[in-house]
Design a binder for this molecule. Structure first.
Ligand code: SF4
Ligand code: SF4
Length: 381
C-alpha cells in the first residue's frame, strides 16, 4: 500500500523559488518527459519530475533535503524537451540557490548574507565591505602605503602581504565555518530523506564512507563525465571545465606561494620563468576564456532563464580572472598606479570569492560533490 503523506504547502517558498528563476514551475502537468530525457537521472525514483511536483506544491522540506536536486548538472536538456515550457532545469537551479541559504539558516548573519548575495540591490554594499576593511585596517596597522617608494612595481609595497593575509585567512575560516554548518545540515537531512524514501538501506551516517565516496567520484567529476552525457547543451561542458580547472590551478598556485613566502621567506614578484608562474598564467587565461564562453552561451540561450544569481556567478569568475591577469600585465608594462589600483580590485574580488561563495551559486562545487559522494556511499537505489 502506498504511504500517506500529509501535504503542508509553503506558499512563500513557491514565491521565492519563482523569484530565483523557477517562475515556470506551475506550468508543469507532470508528463515525466523531463525524467525520461534527462541523461543522468537514475532509473529508480528519477528526477526532475518529482522535484517539479514537490516544488509546485510548496513541499519545501521534501524537495530541499533531496540529494537529487544536486545531482542535476543544469545541462538544460529537460527544459528544451519540456512540452509545457516549465523549464525544469531552471527550477532545479533555483531550488539549489534556495537550499544553500536554508542549510545555514539557523545562524542569522549567514542567512542575512545569503539573502544579500542573491539580491542585486545589495551588490554595492557587498563590494564596499572588502574595500572598507582593507583601507581601514591598512591605515590602522600602517600596512597600506598609497605611495609606495622605488622604481620597481611590487604589489606588496602597496598592500603588505601581512595585511592581505590578516584579512584573507579569517575570510577563509569564515567560509569554512559556513560550509561546515551547511554540509552538516545538508547531509543529515539528505540521509533522513533517503531513508524515508527507501533510497538507501544504510541506517547510520558514516562520514568516512561519504569521504571515500567523494574520493572515488573525483576523477569522473574532473572529467565532467556526467556533463558530457548531455545532448542539447553539451558545449557548455568545455566552458565549465575551463572555469573549474582555472580555479583549481589558482588554488594550487596560492598554496605554493603561501608556503614559499612563509616557509622559505622568498618574496615576490616571482620570475616569469618559474613553472608555478606558468601554472598561474595558464589558469588565469582558462578562467577568463571559460567565463567569457559561459557568458556568451547564456546570452545566446534565449529559452533558458537567467537571473541575477547566474550573472553574479559568471561575473565574479570573470572579474577574478581579468583583474588577476591585468594586475600582472600592467606590472610588466611598468604602469605602477594602474597596476596597484587593479590589484586592489583583485583583492576585493578574492575576498568576495571567499566570504560570499558559501551562499552563492558557486557553492554547488561543494554541495554537488558531497551529494555525489553520499550517493556513492549510500548505494542510491
Ligand atoms: S517539467 Fe515539463 S516535462 Fe517535466 S513533468 Fe513537468 S511538464 Fe512534463
Ligand atoms: S538540467 Fe540536465 S541534468 Fe538537470 S534534470 Fe534537466 S536534463 Fe537532467
Amino acid at each position: 500500500m502506498a504511504d500517506n503523506y500529509l501535504v503542508e504547502p509553503d506558499v512563500g517558498f513557491i514565491k521565492e523559488v519563482s523569484a530565483l528563476g523557477g517562475q515556470d514551475v506551475k506550468k508543469c502537468f507532470q508528463c515525466a518527459t523531463c525524467s525520461v530525457v534527462c541523461p543522468i537521472s537514475p532509473d529508480t525514483q528519477p528526477f526532475p519530475r518529482k522535484e517539479m511536483i514537490a516544488a509546485g506544491w510548496g513541499l519545501k522540506d521534501r524537495v530541499l533535503n533531496s540529494a537529487d536536486i544536486w545531482l542535476c548538472h543544469n545541462c538544460g536538456d529537460c527544459s528544451t524537451k519540456c512540452p509545457r515550457g516549465a523549464q525544469p532545469g531552471d527550477v532545479l537551479a533555483a531550488l539549489r540557490t534556495y537550499a544553500v541559504s536554508e542549510y545555514v539558516s539557523e545562524v542569522k548573519p549567514f542567512q542575512k548574507l545569503a539573502k544579500m548575495v542573491n539580491d542585486p540591490k545589495a551588490l554595492p554594499v557587498l563590494l564596499a565591505i572588502p574595500a572598507v576593511i582593507f583601507i581601514v585596517l591598512g591605515l590602522i596597522t600602517g600596512l597600506l602605503d598609497f605611495t609606495p617608494e622605488g622604481e620597481e612595481i611590487v604589489h606588496a609595497h602597496f598592500f603588505s602581504t601581512w595585511l592581505v593575509d590578516m584579512i584573507m585567512i579569517p575570510a577563509s575560516i569564515f567560509a569554512a565555518a559556513a560550509f561546515a554548518l551547511g554540509l552538516k545540515n545538508f547531509v543529515t537531512r539528505m540521509h533522513e530523506n533517503a531513508l524515508r524514501d527507501g533510497k538507501t538501506d544504510k541506517k547510520d551516517l558514516d562520514p568516512v564512507g561519504i569521504v571515500r565516496g567523494i574520493i572515488t567520484s573525483v576523477p569522473a567529476i574532473i572529467r565532467h563525465d556526467k556533463f558530457n552525457e548531455c545532448t542539447e547543451n553539451r558545449e557548455r561542458s568545455t566552458a565549465h571545465m575551463m572555469v573549474l580547472f582555472g580555479f583549481i590551478g589558482l588554488a594550487i598556485v596560492t598554496g605554493i606561494f603561501f608556503v614559499v613566502l612563509y616557509g622559505f621567506q622568498i618574496h615576490g614578484p616571482y620570475s616569469q620563468l618559474n613553472p608555478v608562474k606558468w601554472l598561474a598564467n595558464v589558469s588565469g587565461v582558462a578562467l577568463v576564456i571559460g567565463s567569457i564562453l559561459m557568458l556568451k552561451q547564456r546570452l545566446a540561450k534565449s529559452d533558458q532563464i537567467s537571473t541575477y544569481k547566474d550573472w553574479y556567478h559568471i561575473g565574479l569568475a570573470l572579474a577574478l580572472g581579468l583583474s588577476g591577469m591585468l594586475t600582472e600585465m600592467t606590472r610588466l608594462a611598468g604602469m605602477g598606479g594602474l597596476s596597484y589600483f587593479i590589484y586592489f580590485l583583485h583583492l576585493m574580488f578574492v575576498f568576495s570569492l571567499f566570504v560570499y561563495t558559501p551562499f552563492s551559486k558557486l557553492a554547488h562545487l561543494v554541495y554537488r560533490t558531497v551529494a555525489i559522494g553520499y550517493n556513492e556511499w549510500s548505494g542510491r537505489k
